[in-house]
Design a protein around this ligand. Structure first.
Ligand code: KIV
Length: 271
């Protein structure tokens, strides 16, 4: 008799319940192949709108469309089995009104099969986060350095260097939690402030360039794999994928040029 093993996906409420518990492992993923591998080790796969910069060489995330996020979100859901897949709401798809945000987030959930969406902004987005969560859409918040606002920040700038602004950043994190988000990304926030927010927050904080005291950490996969020649300063690089690809492609090119490829085993035969 064959035994069916049912693998259940991690849910947003399960992540919410990890506050103060086992640290949450999160990574970005944009397509099925990386999703399949990351799925073995992570709790959350984020289909980040950083894909605009990482995959499509855009200067910022502002040009990423809802259709692009849906296409990549679907691929990541197909490639994974157990992690919670969270898809970023791209710039322009949720800021206008809670109703617009709901319509677009509902599309993302229905067309990708993901378990939650992420959107940027604190106090100003609280009403929208509440609107979505009350209607069945789990939301991950994102405060601090919010890349979709680089034009108002004047660039990718660490937040909280001026302690006078700490109350505003803290208020953003609190507003997101009070509105019903199940977790919140703290990006590019100075360490003592990220630590303080993590101690005070009622929901798990997921740091990126934040603090060890966050309830979890997230990195852009390509940065930590050694795929990005210039990763941000705070990134610990765990792999040398760029070098591995370079050396494999070099060997292939040498084989082709010396007619060592294809060998007999690499061609179709008539048999
Ligand atoms: O788009 C993204 O990859 C993100 C992470 C950096 C948190 O939002």
């Amino acid at each position: 008799m064959s035994q069916e093993i049912i693998i259940r996906r991690i849910t947003a409420p399960e992540i919410r319940a990890r506050k103060g518990g086992e640290p949450i492992v999160a990574l970005t993923s944009y397509h099925a192949n990386t999703a399949r591998i990351v799925d073995n080790h992570a709790d959350i796969l984020l289909v980040g709108d950083s894909l605009g910069m990482v995959l499509y060489a855009m200067d910022s995330t502002l040009g990423v469309s809802l259709e692009l996020m849906i296409a990549h979100g679907r691929a990541v859901v197909r490639g994974s089995k157990r992690t919670l897949v969270v898809v970023d709401m791209p710039f322009g798809s949720y800021e206008e009104s809670p109703e617009t945000a709901f319509r677009n987030a509902a599309r993302v959930m229905a067309e990708t099969g993901c378990g939650a969406v992420k959107l940027e902004g604190g106090v100003r987005m609280a009403e929208t986060i509440r609107f979505l969560t009350e209607r069945g859409i789990p939301v991950m918040g994102h405060v601090g350095l919010t890349p979709q606002s680089i034009n108002t920040f004047g660039g990718f700038k660490t937040q909280g260097r001026d302690t006078a602004l700490w109350p505003l950043i803290k208020a953003d994190a609190q507003a997101v939690a009070a509105a019903g988000a199940f977790s919140v990304v703290l990006e590019g926030i100075v360490e003592p402030l990220a630590a303080e927010i993590s101690r005070e927050s009622s929901i798990p904080t997921i740091g990126i360039g934040g603090s060890r005291e966050c309830d979890g950490q997230i990195l852009v996969l390509e940065d930590m794999l050694g795929y990005n020649p210039k990763p941000p300063k705070f990134v610990k690089v765990y792999g040398a994928i760029g070098d591995a690809i370079d050396s494999a492609v070099k060997s292939y090119a040498e084989d082709v040029r010396s007619r060592a490829f294809p060998g007999d085993e690499n061609v179709y035969t008539l048999k």
